[in-house]
Design a protein around this ligand. Structure first.
Ligand code: FAD
Ligand code: DLZ
Ligand code: SF4
Length: 519
């Protein structure tokens, strides 16, 4: 339930328009904390601009619209005056700026209050609002994150390399999560080395929390079915939570059923099991239905109560206060410009099968198929299957970035772009990661059961039946050797190449060309 703040913050009789975006659905949003429910108007708007700036997955649009409508209802119940524009309202101008303008005029508002958005394009647009709207804009920091922009900039200043691990330790100290005084619980900061087991069929497989759509969600599903019929993705069944109460149930479900094995099988992939022991919580955290620190405290408590091992709790908490905060810091440090980075000058168009899943490569067909069905894939599918393939094949990172931004339920540029441009494509030249996550079929075979059912043979390197990842792997390294040979973490890989006989090397590169031509 949303509670109303107590302190009014202006003396004028005219209201302010408090804009709440589709990924700002938390009662603690800075803009709400600063507003007066007796006077100010909360504005929420479904607009075509936001629904089409990339071709979002149908489930993503449905999730956001339904969660927005539920949140508006909660705000009204808590005593707020909410002006809510539906996508199909005849007066809908189609843009956030247009809807703010309409609300300012209608309510003779004295100012507009926003919490900073998560995407640079919207921030840039908002900078023009005061002039265009003729009223002041109060632009507030997003306090849902642990590290403010200023703190991250200070941490990054003067460092040659920005590495998540060191930033993460600062966040552990700051929150006290899994800390005993100033020492990490168990004596080590990071238990990642224990988190690389391949999963097996005989394990108990938990399923994520699911809930049936209510009347509001069903109405939104009909809208999306009608207005976004051509978009990527399967719309029904739709079982994601769209309210804070249900998202909390999803959190409890994860802590009880999946967290204990989260660490062990974090990097594993099994055919027909898209979720394994992953949380499936990023969609809720990113729109504000769950608070990242409350999620971490629950994982810490499970460990302290003896319900989850340390490698699971630490691994999970690291993803949130480490990676999640770190990538946000990088995004705002490097925007604008970061989404145009292209270290390897890769220019290939994204293969059409990314939108259809129609490929004989079993690992890619599975990763894209579950993305189509659930708007979800876990980290290793994103990084080591689709991302790895795109980088090895030399796909233009901008196109890869737009695909990821479109197809996942949790995708907003502040978190998606550093993961794609930096971590998965190495298009930033190593700002975010110390080496490219390039791998041959061997890695996928080790961590999954896809290869056994693939039309390609993962052990074969060259020829019609050879796993395409194998030749593409060497082709990528050699194509980019001027940029990669000096990387100390790749020294042994290039030494292996140098030791290979000339005929074999030529055969690899020739086969890679055949694979690329077929794309
Ligand atoms: P779990 O694996 O159970 O992890 C727990 C939580 O940790 C997640 O809910 C998430 O909040 C956080 N987390 C884990 N890894 C990361 C990470 N690298 N960056 C930020 N947060 C992380 N995450 C997004 O939220 N949005 C994206 O658009 C997104 N795009 C990605 C693109 C690529 C190429 C890669 C490699 C990763 C991307 N990630 C993204 C990170 C990660 O894959 C997802 O957060 C995770 O798969 C979400 O599923 P989950 O909730 O089951 O996560
Ligand atoms: C992603 C999205 C979509 C599909 N639709 C809307 C919308 O209609 N109205 C809105 O306020 N927000 C929407 N969003 C989320 C915004 O795109 C998001 O707030 C920005 O990208 C900043 O992260
Ligand atoms: Fe993927 Fe290659 Fe394994 Fe087929 S053989 S599933 S293409 S890694």
């Amino acid at each position: 339930m949303v509670s109303a703040p107590s302190e009014p913050s202006t003396t004028s009789d005219r209201p302010r328009i408090v804009l709440i975006l589709g990924d700002q659905l938390s009662p603690d949003m800075h803009a709400l904390r600063n507003a007066n429910p007796d006077k100010d108007i909360v504005l929420m708007a479904e607009v075509l601009d936001e629904a089409t700036y990339v071709p979002h997955h149908k489930k993503k649009i449905a999730f956001i619209f339904s969660a927005m409508r539920h949140f508006a209802r909660e705000l009204r119940t808590a005593g707020w005056q909410v002006s809510y524009t539906r996508l199909t309202d005849p007066e809908n101008t189609g843009s956030l700026r247009g809807e703010v303008q309409r609300a300012v005029t209608q309510h003779r508002a004295e100012a507009v209050v926003v919490t900073e958005p998560g995407e640079y394009r919207l921030k840039a647009d908002m900078q023009a609002w005061p002039d265009e709207l003729g009223v002041g804009l109060q632009y507030l920091e997003d306090t849902r994150f642990l590290a403010s922009h200023a703190e991250f900039q200070l941490w990054a200043k003067g460092r040659n390399q920005l590495r998540m691990e060191f930033f993460y330790r600062e966040m552990r100290r700051k929150t006290g999560l899994l800390m005993q005084d100033d020492q990490p619980e168990g004596g080590r900061w990071n238990y990642d080395a224990e988190n690389r087991k391949p999963a097996k069929r005989d394990l108990f497989m938990p399923q994520p929390f699911q809930i049936s759509p209510d009347a509001i969600t069903n109405e939104v599903l009909d809208l999306v079915e009608a207005d976004f019929a051509g978009n990527f993705g399967t719309l029904r069944p739709f079982w994601y939570a769209v309210t804070r109460d249900d998202a909390i149930d999803a959190l409890s479900h994860f802590i009880e059923h999946s967290l204990p094995h989260f660490g062990d099988y974090q990097d594993a992939m099994l055919d027909g099991e898209p979720f394994l022991y992953h949380a499936v919580l990023s969609l809720y955290i990113n729109v504000g239905l769950l608070d990242p620190i409350e999620v971490c405290r629950r994982a810490e408590k499970a460990y302290l109560d003896g319900d989850a091992p340390l490698n699971a709790a630490e691994g999970f908490i690291r993803q949130i206060i480490g990676w999640r905060e770190f990538v946000r810091g990088i995004y705002w440090l490097k925007m604008p410009g970061y989404t145009n980075e292209n270290f390897f000058s890769a220019e290939r168009d994204l293969p059409a099968f990314f939108w259809t899943g129609d490929t004989d490569m079993a690992c890619l067909a599975a990763a894209i198929g579950q993305t189509r069905d659930y708007a979800y894939a876990h980290h290793i599918h994103r990084l080591m299957v689709t991302g790895n393939f795109a980088m090895l094949a030399g796909v233009d990172p901008r196109q890869v970035h737009e695909w990821y931004l479109s197809v996942y339920l949790d995708a907003y540029e502040w978190v998606e772009a550093p993961n794609v441009i930096g971590m998965s494509q190495f298009a930033d030249g190593g700002l975010l990661g110390s080496k490219p996550y390039a791998a041959s079929g061997n890695y996928i075979d080790k961590m999954s059961d896809y290869c056994g059912q693939c039309r390609y043979d993962v052990k074969q390197k060259i020829g019609e039946s050879a796993c395409p990842f194998n030749a593409l792997y060497w082709d990528f390294l050699i194509r980019n050797q001027a940029k990669l040979r000096s990387n100390p973490r790749l020294g042994h890989v290039f030494r292996n190449w140098d030791r290979m006989d000339e005929d074999k090397r030529s055969a690899y590169l020739a086969h890679a060309n055949t694979v690329k031509e077929a794309l």
